[in-house]
Design a protein around this ligand. Structure first.
Ligand code: HEM
Length: 79
């Protein structure tokens, strides 16, 4: 039977091996390809499998249009 996109599966996408997915404001993003390009290095993996909001609240450097433009390239769905 096909694999349904449940939360259980979403939380599996939290490593470079399985793919790195995050959520932001109701959107789902597969950022696997971006991890190696992230200016903030591997800290990005702290958010793997969950929401970006708590981290971006701490690292305010992300509150810029050009950061959201990057994120938008990786959108794969909505919650
Ligand atoms: C910097 C993107 C997630 C920590 C940056 C910058 C971009 C970026 C474009 C450079 C901003 C600038 O200087 O104008 C992203 C994207 C993320 C993400 C697209 C998610 C898909 C995270 C997470 C953390 C984080 C989850 C922390 C847990 C940092 C830090 C910097 C940074 C510390 C500053 C690096 C420095 O200038 O030394 N990020 N980020 N990022 N990011 Fe992220």
């Amino acid at each position: 039977s096909p694999t349904l996109p449940t939360n259980k599966n979403f939380t599996k996408h939290c490593s470079l091996e399985s793919g790195v997915w995050v959520t932001y404001k109701g959107g789902v993003y597969d950022i696997t390809e971006f991890v190696a390009m992230h200016p903030g290095g591997n800290k990005i993996l702290l958010a793997a499998g969950g929401a970006l909001e708590p981290y971006w609240a701490l690292y305010a450097v992300h509150q810029q249009d050009h950061v959201l433009e990057i994120l938008s390239e990786y959108k794969i769905g909505v919650l």
